[in-house]
Design a protein around this ligand. Structure first.
Ligand code: 5RP
Length: 216
């Protein structure tokens, strides 16, 4: 299966986020992400607004929940996202509270674990027991330089663990190739699409590149 393409909308305003999507990006990408920056800047209402505008599109609420799992998940789940992110540094009780809140609301939302910094494969197995079997491996936006061999080896190892593996951070048309041969669930691109002269053209170019590498 080829990886899906997700646009990370890390804009400061909903108006700018919608501008990025206009012109065809919304049709081209598989998943629309209400980014941490957008939710932090405009509030949880953006998830609901995006859902109203795109009722049938896969939607991510990326707020990297770290604590107060029930309340934080609840406020984002009002927008019925398909995916909701939790950060790996969170207490496992917080992770469980997020998963329980999804269940209590009878939603099909999937909790994704955002991998930053220190975590272990032992913890990964514990997260799976809690009900989280989708991880997002980050190359930090604040990191200078591209993906390192160490990070790519980690992606490969994660792919051997019977979970969905999504990758993000500084991914462009040129760097998609780095993940060749790996069963990646989704490639997230923010700046490389948002800052392109023609975002729709760039999103299409990236989508075509994914098909060239993984097949259709
Ligand atoms: C940061 C994020 C970013 O949205 C994601 O990593 C995309 O980054 P880039 O703009 O480098 O493609 O989750 O918190």
């Amino acid at each position: 299966m080829k990886p899906l393409l997700q646009i990370a909308l890390d804009e400061l305003t909903m108006e700018n986020a919608l501008k990025v999507l206009s012109g065809g990006v919304d049709e081209i990408v598989d998943i629309i992400e209400c980014g941490t920056v957008l939710i932090g800047s405009e509030g949880r209402k953006v998830v609901q607004q995006m859902r109203e505008r795109y009722p049938h599109k896969k939607l991510v609420a990326d707020f990297k929940i770290a604590d107060s799992g029930k309340v934080m998940a609840g406020m984002l789940l009002d927008g019925k996202p398909d995916y909701l992110t939790v950060i790996c540094a969170a207490n496992q009780k917080t992770m469980k509270a997020v998963v329980d809140e999804i269940k209590d609301r009878n939603l099909t939302t999937e909790a994704q674990m955002e991998l930053y910094g220190n975590w272990t494969f032992e913890e990964l197995e514990q997260w799976k027991k809690i009900g989280i079997s989708h991880v997002v491996l980050h190359h930090s936006v604040d990191e200078k330089g591209g993906w390192t061999q160490k990070e790519l080896d980690l992606v490969r190892k994660l792919c051997e663990h019977d979970i969905h593996v999504t990758v993000t951070g500084g991914i462009s048309y040129e760097s998609i190739e780095l993940f060749k041969g790996l069963p990646i669930f989704c490639i997230i691109a923010g700046r490389s699409i948002r800052k392109a002269e023609n975002p729709a053209q760039e999103a299409q170019r990236m989508k075509d590149r994914i098909i060239e590498i993984w097949g259709n």
